[in-house]
Design a binder for this molecule. Structure first.
Ligand code: TRP
Length: 363
């Protein structure tokens, strides 16, 4: 059951829920670093094939954005965050750097659980603030990309010898059942990733998160704020074309994993901001007709010339609307941190004592 990741001391463990909780306790109390591979972990499997087939059968066609983040996609995304036009990561990292100690003062020595941690680069500000106040920190990064997660765990353990790190390889929901066991906890959800959910998925996510947390637990949420259209649109259309590569990689992944034979040179990246909906719509536009084959399901899809396939949405927030809406799910606001330009916000929330009360308020 235990298999050693190549050339390092990371244990990759595959197990079911009950074993997971035992393992969780051991790693986090005795120390060390490990990766727990969940059912929804990334990797060649039927999940991607089924998701592509279902998305390409829709009208208009749309693909699930979690599949953007395979090994290659996570590496490309990391380069997006370094592009001069992509202000989000830089701005959020600045807010974290300025306020990590203040956040730690408010929360006390809680376990950190990060959803969609990628390479965990920004989290280092929090880890440092935690380690400045106590000899050790418990950190649970959760990500669908095994490659990014392993790399993150390795880097953190080398940097912070006393950190106790348990990577969870899977989607966000796999971590929810663990939250009660590791409470008191602060769930960290950065990068305005919440804006990549459709509004109804966002509501479901927040309700599930609130009911998985214990009263007094914390939630640190990063949201990109509504601003001038040109600034937002440029962030998703970098001149170097890295974001276009990111969109194209989803189709390259189909070629790699599903036996599709898509001519990637016909896949164009189109990202437009819709100010009426406060959201960026990201599409792949097919400059020529293509047949997309999903080998394992024996299915093919004919995409017409000029057809657009939605690959992601990125919603932007107004603080005045966003904060009360979050509170409606059973949180109270502890603090809101922003940058000088008010481009991005980090909202620190605390789970209230009872959920029923806030649910009533919402209905
Ligand atoms: N959470 C990021 C965002 O909404 C994700 C992202 C950035 C993204 N650039 C992208 C997703 C391009 C798809 C395509 O900003």
């Amino acid at each position: 059951m235990l298999d050693q990741a190549q050339g390092n001391s990371l244990d990759i463990v595959i197990m079911d829920g009950s074993e997971a909780s035992l393992f969780l306790r051991d790693t986090l109390t005795i120390g060390g670093t490990a990766i727990l591979r969940g059912e929804t972990a990334d990797g060649p499997g039927l999940g991607f094939a089924l998701s592509v087939a279902s998305g390409l059968s829709m009208c208009p066609r749309q693909l699930e954005s979690r599949y953007l983040y395979d090994r290659q996609g996570s590496a490309i995304f990391d380069r997006i965050t370094e592009q001069p036009e992509y202000y989000l990561t830089r701005t959020e990292a600045g807010i974290l750097a300025d306020n990590a100690c203040r956040i730690r003062e408010i929360t006390g020595p809680v376990t950190l659980v990060e959803l969609g941690s990628g390479y965990s680069l920004k989290t280092d500000h929090l880890l440092r603030a935690w380690l400045a106040c106590a000899p050790s920190v418990r950190y649970i990064p959760v990500d669908v990309s095994e490659a990014a997660l392993c790399e993150a765990c390795r880097i953190i353990c080398n940097l912070h010898l006393s950190a106790r790190v348990l990577g969870v390889n899977g989607d966000y929901r796999e971590a929810f059942p663990m939250l009660r066991e590791v409470s008191p906890v602060m769930v960290v959800f950065l990068g305005s990733t919440i804006g990549n959910f459709e509004p109804e998925d966002e509501s479901r996510f927040l309700a599930e998160l609130a009911s998985s947390l214990s009263p007094g637990d914390f939630f640190l949420l990063g949201v990109d704020l509504v601003k001038e259209q040109l600034i937002i649109e440029s962030a998703y259309n970098d001149v170097a074309g890295v974001t276009a590569d990111f969109t194209r990689n989803l189709f390259a992944r189909m070629n790699r994993e599903l036996g599709s034979d898509i001519d990637l040179s016909v896949v164009e990246h189109v990202a437009r901001y819709n100010p009426l909906r406060d959201q960026v719509d990201i599409h792949a536009r097919f400059a020529r007709k293509q047949i997309v084959r999903v080998e394992s399901l024996g299915k093919s899809f004919a995409i017409a010339e000029g057809e657009m396939v939605l690959t992601e949405i990125s919603r932007k927030y107004h603080l005045e609307a966003c904060v009360p809406s979050l509170e409606g799910f059973g949180f109270e606001t502890e603090a809101v941190f922003t940058d000088e330009r008010n481009w991005f916000a980090l909202i620190l929330l605390k789970r209230t004592d009872s959920l029923s009360e806030s649910r009533e308020r919402r209905t």
